[in-house]
Design a protein around this ligand. Structure first.
Ligand code: HPA
Length: 272
């Protein structure tokens, strides 16, 4: 752990449940992390922006706190503002640590993905329930400073089930068609996959492929923050159509998918 940090960690012997934070804000509870296609929340009535420093370095962007349809939320642009940080360069540790410092207890992560299995058509939305991590070389844990007992968090259910259910319920209310379960495969990027890689991922059980789901989900779990994701399909994954994937196609489908995502988020916030 770097010296001079402002946030104190007290580790438990075995589990992460005893991590204690001296948070500097306690009022804000819900955060939305936006990815490609959602770099800001247009209807957020901004109250303040926090540029935080963390023991892990700077987060991707300022944390923007505001009212979104009357509910207080913190928004973070995962790829920075402007959108310049590639998936493998994102400081996931700093992003999640900063949210904890702000007192955030729930994260809804929005992420663009490629569709692998039949239901995952472009502009479709899935609420993943499982993850397979194919990424590498990312700083993926808070529990590696060598000064505390080794800690193994449970990751049987990577996403918070209560938050997932609330999102699924909100989708039904808002008449947004979603897939309520899906396995998210996280690749390293920034390149897209080869057709053979996608074939292998499908055999592994992946329904969608993205580049940012890990270590974000695991780091949130290490800090006891409820975490669920809205995966927005931007394109058919490599080899699924016989055509090459273009950025124009991705942008087009994300535009539609993100409009549905905003509807889903509004329904979620109304019902919560
Ligand atoms: N692969 C990985 N990440 C993605 C894709 C994809 O096809 N589309 C959007 N994000």
């Amino acid at each position: 752990m770097p010296a001079g940090k402002q946030v104190r960690l007290i580790f438990s012997h075995r589990f992460n449940s005893n991590i204690k934070f001296e948070t500097n804000k306690v009022m804000t509870k819900l955060a939305i992390i936006g990815g490609t296609g959602l770099t800001r929340l247009a209807e957020l009535k901004i109250i303040k922006s926090d540029r935080l420093d963390t023991p892990y370095g700077p987060p991707s962007a300022e944390y923007v706190t505001g009212d979104f349809i009357g509910r207080r939320v913190v928004f973070l642009a995962r790829h920075g503002s402007p959108h310049t940080i590639a998936p493998h360069k994102i400081n996931y540790q700093a992003n999640i640590w900063g949210l904890k410092q702000l007192g955030v207890e729930q994260i809804i992560a929005v992420a663009a993905v490629g569709g692998i299995t039949q239901q995952m058509t472009p502009a479709h939305i899935a609420i993943p329930d499982q993850i397979i991590d194919y990424s590498y070389g990312r700083k993926h844990t808070f529990f590696d400073d060598g000064q505390h007992p080794v800690t193994h968090i449970d990751f049987t259910y990577p996403y918070n089930q209560r938050l997932r259910s609330a999102l699924i319920n909100a989708a039904a209310n808002a008449l947004v068609n979603i897939s309520p379960i899906a396995t998210y495969g996280c690749t390293q990027g920034p390149r897209l996959e080869s057709a053979a890689e996608i074939k292998r991922m499908e055999i592994d059980g992946c329904d969608v492929v993205g580049m940012t789901g890990m270590p974000e989900a695991a780091l949130a779990k290490e800090l006891n923050i409820d975490y669920a994701a809205i995966a927005v399909v931007a394109n058919w994954a490599a080899g699924k159509t016989g055509e090459e994937i273009t950025m124009a196609e991705i942008e087009h489908h994300l535009h539609t998918g993100m409009a549905k995502t905003i509807g889903l988020l509004k329904a979620f916030l109304t019902l919560e």
